[in-house]
Design a protein. Structure first.
Length: 202
Protein backbone atom coordinates (compact mmCIF):
# COMPACT_ATOMS: atom_id res chain seq x y z
CA UNK A 1 0.00 0.00 0.00
CA UNK A 2 1.32 3.45 -0.96
CA UNK A 3 -1.40 5.76 0.36
CA UNK A 4 -4.42 5.08 2.59
CA UNK A 5 -7.03 7.69 3.54
CA UNK A 6 -9.63 7.06 6.25
CA UNK A 7 -12.74 9.19 6.88
CA UNK A 8 -11.02 11.92 4.87
CA UNK A 9 -12.23 15.49 4.59
CA UNK A 10 -10.63 18.05 2.28
CA UNK A 11 -11.09 21.75 1.64
CA UNK A 12 -9.39 24.96 0.66
CA UNK A 13 -9.72 28.55 1.85
CA UNK A 14 -12.14 27.59 4.58
CA UNK A 15 -14.50 25.80 2.17
CA UNK A 16 -15.01 22.08 2.72
CA UNK A 17 -15.23 20.20 -0.58
CA UNK A 18 -15.39 16.54 0.34
CA UNK A 19 -15.90 14.72 3.61
CA UNK A 20 -15.98 11.22 5.04
CA UNK A 21 -14.57 8.96 2.35
CA UNK A 22 -11.92 6.27 2.27
CA UNK A 23 -9.46 5.18 -0.40
CA UNK A 24 -6.38 3.04 -0.84
CA UNK A 25 -3.88 3.00 -3.68
CA UNK A 26 -1.20 0.36 -4.02
CA UNK A 27 1.57 -0.74 -6.34
CA UNK A 28 0.60 -1.03 -10.05
CA UNK A 29 -2.76 0.53 -9.28
CA UNK A 30 -4.48 3.27 -11.27
CA UNK A 31 -7.06 5.46 -9.54
CA UNK A 32 -9.13 7.70 -11.83
CA UNK A 33 -10.70 10.77 -10.24
CA UNK A 34 -13.60 11.68 -12.47
CA UNK A 35 -15.64 14.87 -12.10
CA UNK A 36 -16.46 18.37 -13.28
CA UNK A 37 -14.50 21.51 -12.47
CA UNK A 38 -14.73 22.67 -8.88
CA UNK A 39 -15.67 19.38 -7.24
CA UNK A 40 -12.31 18.99 -5.48
CA UNK A 41 -10.12 16.84 -7.74
CA UNK A 42 -7.04 19.09 -7.59
CA UNK A 43 -7.51 19.71 -3.88
CA UNK A 44 -7.70 15.97 -3.26
CA UNK A 45 -4.48 15.33 -5.20
CA UNK A 46 -2.61 18.02 -3.28
CA UNK A 47 -3.96 16.70 0.02
CA UNK A 48 -2.96 13.12 -0.75
CA UNK A 49 0.50 14.31 -1.80
CA UNK A 50 0.91 16.21 1.47
CA UNK A 51 1.00 19.74 0.08
CA UNK A 52 -2.10 20.91 1.94
CA UNK A 53 -3.58 19.47 5.16
CA UNK A 54 -6.81 17.51 5.27
CA UNK A 55 -9.71 19.06 7.18
CA UNK A 56 -10.52 15.76 8.90
CA UNK A 57 -9.62 12.10 8.90
CA UNK A 58 -6.26 10.40 8.48
CA UNK A 59 -3.82 9.87 5.60
CA UNK A 60 -1.01 7.33 5.79
CA UNK A 61 1.69 7.58 3.13
CA UNK A 62 4.32 4.99 2.22
CA UNK A 63 7.08 5.65 -0.31
CA UNK A 64 7.88 8.73 -2.41
CA UNK A 65 5.32 10.75 -4.37
CA UNK A 66 5.40 13.13 -7.33
CA UNK A 67 2.64 15.66 -8.10
CA UNK A 68 2.30 16.91 -11.67
CA UNK A 69 0.01 19.76 -12.70
CA UNK A 70 -0.06 22.86 -14.87
CA UNK A 71 0.51 25.20 -11.94
CA UNK A 72 3.76 23.59 -10.80
CA UNK A 73 7.19 24.71 -11.98
CA UNK A 74 9.05 22.99 -14.81
CA UNK A 75 12.42 24.74 -14.71
CA UNK A 76 10.75 27.38 -16.88
CA UNK A 77 14.00 29.19 -17.75
CA UNK A 78 16.18 26.13 -18.34
CA UNK A 79 16.56 24.33 -21.64
CA UNK A 80 15.01 20.86 -21.66
CA UNK A 81 18.38 19.16 -22.06
CA UNK A 82 19.85 21.04 -19.07
CA UNK A 83 16.91 20.27 -16.76
CA UNK A 84 17.11 16.63 -17.80
CA UNK A 85 20.83 16.56 -17.05
CA UNK A 86 20.37 18.04 -13.57
CA UNK A 87 17.68 15.56 -12.53
CA UNK A 88 19.48 12.57 -14.04
CA UNK A 89 22.59 13.54 -12.09
CA UNK A 90 20.53 13.65 -8.89
CA UNK A 91 18.39 10.51 -9.37
CA UNK A 92 20.49 8.28 -11.59
CA UNK A 93 19.82 6.58 -14.96
CA UNK A 94 16.38 7.31 -16.44
CA UNK A 95 13.56 4.79 -16.33
CA UNK A 96 11.88 3.46 -19.46
CA UNK A 97 9.11 6.05 -19.02
CA UNK A 98 11.60 8.90 -18.80
CA UNK A 99 13.53 7.65 -21.84
CA UNK A 100 10.31 7.45 -23.87
CA UNK A 101 9.40 11.03 -23.00
CA UNK A 102 12.93 12.21 -23.75
CA UNK A 103 12.91 10.53 -27.18
CA UNK A 104 9.55 12.13 -28.03
CA UNK A 105 10.89 15.57 -27.13
CA UNK A 106 14.12 15.02 -29.08
CA UNK A 107 12.24 13.86 -32.19
CA UNK A 108 10.37 17.17 -32.19
CA UNK A 109 13.50 19.27 -31.76
CA UNK A 110 12.52 20.42 -28.27
CA UNK A 111 15.73 19.57 -26.40
CA UNK A 112 17.01 23.14 -26.70
CA UNK A 113 13.68 24.79 -25.95
CA UNK A 114 12.53 26.10 -22.58
CA UNK A 115 9.32 24.97 -20.89
CA UNK A 116 7.92 28.51 -21.06
CA UNK A 117 8.08 28.32 -24.87
CA UNK A 118 6.28 24.98 -25.23
CA UNK A 119 2.67 24.21 -26.07
CA UNK A 120 0.38 22.70 -23.45
CA UNK A 121 0.76 19.20 -24.83
CA UNK A 122 4.55 19.46 -25.02
CA UNK A 123 4.69 20.70 -21.44
CA UNK A 124 2.59 17.78 -20.22
CA UNK A 125 4.88 15.21 -21.84
CA UNK A 126 7.93 17.08 -20.52
CA UNK A 127 6.50 17.26 -16.99
CA UNK A 128 5.70 13.56 -16.90
CA UNK A 129 9.15 12.72 -18.22
CA UNK A 130 10.86 14.84 -15.57
CA UNK A 131 8.70 13.30 -12.86
CA UNK A 132 9.59 9.81 -14.08
CA UNK A 133 13.27 10.67 -13.60
CA UNK A 134 12.65 10.93 -9.85
CA UNK A 135 11.51 7.29 -9.72
CA UNK A 136 8.69 8.09 -7.30
CA UNK A 137 6.49 5.27 -6.07
CA UNK A 138 3.20 7.06 -6.73
CA UNK A 139 2.38 9.79 -9.26
CA UNK A 140 -0.47 12.29 -8.82
CA UNK A 141 -1.47 13.70 -12.23
CA UNK A 142 -3.72 16.78 -12.32
CA UNK A 143 -5.51 17.02 -15.69
CA UNK A 144 -2.59 15.63 -17.74
CA UNK A 145 -4.67 15.65 -20.96
CA UNK A 146 -5.84 19.27 -20.74
CA UNK A 147 -5.46 21.26 -23.97
CA UNK A 148 -3.87 18.42 -25.91
CA UNK A 149 -4.41 17.07 -29.40
CA UNK A 150 -5.10 13.38 -30.02
CA UNK A 151 -1.45 12.50 -30.71
CA UNK A 152 -0.08 14.15 -27.56
CA UNK A 153 -2.91 12.67 -25.51
CA UNK A 154 -1.95 9.19 -26.65
CA UNK A 155 1.70 9.84 -25.77
CA UNK A 156 0.75 10.78 -22.20
CA UNK A 157 -1.55 7.75 -21.97
CA UNK A 158 1.32 5.52 -23.09
CA UNK A 159 3.63 7.11 -20.50
CA UNK A 160 1.11 6.43 -17.74
CA UNK A 161 0.83 2.82 -18.88
CA UNK A 162 4.62 2.60 -18.80
CA UNK A 163 4.65 3.82 -15.18
CA UNK A 164 2.19 1.10 -14.23
CA UNK A 165 4.27 -1.49 -16.06
CA UNK A 166 7.22 -0.30 -13.96
CA UNK A 167 5.17 -1.18 -10.86
CA UNK A 168 4.38 2.43 -9.94
CA UNK A 169 0.97 3.73 -8.86
CA UNK A 170 -0.92 6.56 -10.57
CA UNK A 171 -3.76 8.77 -9.32
CA UNK A 172 -5.13 10.65 -12.32
CA UNK A 173 -7.71 13.44 -12.16
CA UNK A 174 -9.52 14.70 -15.24
CA UNK A 175 -12.90 15.63 -16.64
CA UNK A 176 -15.68 13.13 -17.21
CA UNK A 177 -15.52 13.66 -20.98
CA UNK A 178 -11.81 12.86 -21.14
CA UNK A 179 -12.29 9.71 -19.09
CA UNK A 180 -14.76 8.42 -21.69
CA UNK A 181 -12.41 8.87 -24.66
CA UNK A 182 -12.42 5.44 -26.41
CA UNK A 183 -8.75 5.27 -27.39
CA UNK A 184 -7.69 6.08 -23.83
CA UNK A 185 -9.86 3.29 -22.52
CA UNK A 186 -8.26 0.90 -24.98
CA UNK A 187 -4.63 1.84 -24.44
CA UNK A 188 -4.58 3.07 -20.85
CA UNK A 189 -7.45 1.68 -18.83
CA UNK A 190 -7.39 -1.72 -20.50
CA UNK A 191 -3.75 -1.68 -21.58
CA UNK A 192 -0.99 -4.22 -21.45
CA UNK A 193 0.25 -3.48 -17.93
CA UNK A 194 -2.30 -5.70 -16.21
CA UNK A 195 -2.94 -2.91 -13.74
CA UNK A 196 -5.67 -2.91 -11.15
CA UNK A 197 -7.82 0.17 -11.59
CA UNK A 198 -10.92 1.78 -10.21
CA UNK A 199 -12.83 5.02 -10.63
CA UNK A 200 -13.84 7.47 -7.91
CA UNK A 201 -16.51 9.83 -9.21
CA UNK A 202 -16.42 13.15 -7.36
Amino acid sequence: MLVRASDLGIGFGGVELLKGFNLEVGECQLLLLSGDNGVGKSCLLQTLAGLIPQTSGEIRRFGNASLIGAEFGLFENLKVSRAWQLLARRFGPPSETARTAQSWLQERGLSHRRARDMSGGERNVYALGLAALTRADIYYLDEPFAGMDAQSTQVVADLVTSLLRDRRAVVLADHVGVMATPHLRLRLFFGEAGERRFVLEL
